[in-house]
Write a protein that binds this ligand. Structure first.
Ligand code: COA
Length: 192
């Protein structure tokens, strides 16, 4: 090996070094979901089905099931929104579904919100839930409900409470997932 190969690598003085490109700001657009978003919606949701207790579904949802759900919510004119990145990637979704399938409950809906794991904790959940509340009000809803697992869903609980959802009740040990029993908390917000 040549002697100069042992020489320490030369390092540019600090003022001549190229700075790393600044991280692009995290931005999004919120719009109604379309059938083309459903594969992404399915992927986002199934991640939480498989890896968490924030949803108490144990079986992943198929694209066919998402298409049926989309058609059903569209028929009822209930909001189903997605947040997308500037490059068009679906970062998360939020929707309202009937709370109980009886006519008398037609002004009450249950909300759901799920973000891609990498998109959490940056304010998107808040923006999306605010948009869902506005869209629900526009659709004629009067009460919005959220059912949240009593463990492992701290972000969801904080988000709903900070937007004025209040606790209406708790049910202990009503579900069983990953060999653990879990309870639920019912939250409600009047959006009249
Ligand atoms: C729940 C979820 C939608 C929240 O969205 P988010 O973008 O992560 O949350 P935001 O950054 O908008 O923060 C909203 C509020 O929650 C708080 N928060 C966020 N993450 C938190 C955490 N891990 N623990 C405690 N509080 C948290 C924020 O401080 C903020 O409070 P503020 O409005 O009083 O300032 C998102 O984390 C998510 O998709 N989680 C996994 C799926 C899920 O739990 N869905 C709900 C099922 S019930």
């Amino acid at each position: 090996m040549l002697e100069e190969e042992y020489a320490p690598r030369r390092v540019k003085p600090f003022h001549l070094r190229r700075l790393p490109a600044p991280e692009a700001p995290f931005t999004w657009t919120i719009r109604p979901a379309t059938p083309r978003d459903l594969p992404d919606v399915r992927e986002i949701y199934n991640h939480y089905v498989t890896n968490s207790m924030v949803t108490l579904d144990e079986d992943t949802m198929s694209l066919r099931e998402w298409r049926a759900k989309y058609a059903y919510l569209t028929r009822l004119k209930l909001p189903f929104l997605v947040a997308v990145s500037p490059s068009g990637q679906v970062l998360g979704y939020a929707l309202c579904a009937p709370w109980i399938q009886r006519r008398a409950y037609r002004f009450t809906a249950e909300s759901s919100i799920y973000l891609r794991a990498a998109s959490t904790g940056k304010g998107l959940g808040r923006a999306l839930l605010v948009a869902l509340i506005d869209a629900g009000r526009e659709a004629g809803l009067k009460q919005m409900l959220a059912v949240i697992a009593d463990r492992g869903a701290e972000a969801s609980m904080a988000l709903h409470r900070s937007l004025g959802f209040t606790e209406q009740g708790r049910m202990g040990d009503v579900a069983f997932k990953f060999d653990r029993s879990i309870g639920t908390v019912l939250l409600q917000k009047s959006i009249k």
